[in-house]
Unconditional design. Structure first.
Length: 222
């Protein structure tokens, strides 16, 4: 009986620990979105050597991305209003399953707009994620899409410029790494940002905006 009571106590505490871990996991930002990706992969399967898109809502909203690049096989794993911090938190789930031929990143805009980090801090978050990619996929090409100048976040534009410049300079020093600048293509003939390509929130884009992006991105996709 004494042995059974001890075993029961051990099992009871084990259940408590497992429940606590599950609770804290579900409490993490975007935990549910990551679980949805797992379900999609189980249901649909993972294509062989896809181009992996990872990042924030500008990729999340690009639900028909494969229509813009019909000759490519793209797995889009943009989620919510994620930050580079979130990409780092979920790097294992975002990177490991896909064995991609190329990784394309759009992220950093929400970092800048949240918690007032310095440009250097946002850049360090990017370097951390890039390092995680290189640990797992040393030879897979990586492309970073520059942070766009969203009209609703005009007060952050100086930081956007600084972060973009830091990341661009860094990627020049790295092998199999590209910086894709989508700034000019989003401007009008006078060099001013086109607001007509944005939704009413002046943050996310209409299909015309993605069409412009695809024109710039296409030559860089494997």
């Amino acid at each position: 009986m004494k042995y059974n009571r001890q075993l029961f106590k051990k099992l009871f505490f084990l259940v408590l620990i497992l429940n606590s871990l599950l609770f804290f996991a579900q409490d993490k930002p975007y935990w549910k979105e990551i679980q949805e990706f797992k379900k999609l992969d189980e249901t649909n399967g993972i294509p062989k050597k896809p181009i992996l898109f990872v990042g924030s809502s500008s990729f999340t909203y690009w639900k028909d991305v494969n229509d813009y690049f019909p000759e490519k096989t793209i797995v889009n794993r943009g989620f919510g209003g994620s930050r580079l911090l979130d990409l780092n938190n979920y790097s294992e789930e975002l990177l490991t399953p896909y064995n991609p031929k190329q990784i394309v990143i759009y992220c950093g805009e929400n970092d800048i707009a949240t918690d007032n980090p310095t440009a250097a801090e946002v850049f360090e978050r990017f370097k951390t994620f890039f390092g995680k990619i290189r640990q797992k996929y040393p030879r897979v090409p990586v492309a970073y899409v520059s942070i766009k100048y969203s009209p609703s976040r005009e007060k952050f534009w100086p930081e956007v410029t600084e972060v973009n410049a830091l990341i661009k300079s860094y990627l020049k020093t790295q092998k199999k790494a590209k910086y894709i600048d989508i700034t000019k293509v989003m401007n009008d003939a006078n060099g001013k940002l086109r607001t007509d390509i944005f939704l009413d929130d002046m943050l996310h884009m209409k299909p015309e905006g993605y069409k412009l992006w695809s024109q710039v991105m296409k030559p860089h996709l494997k």
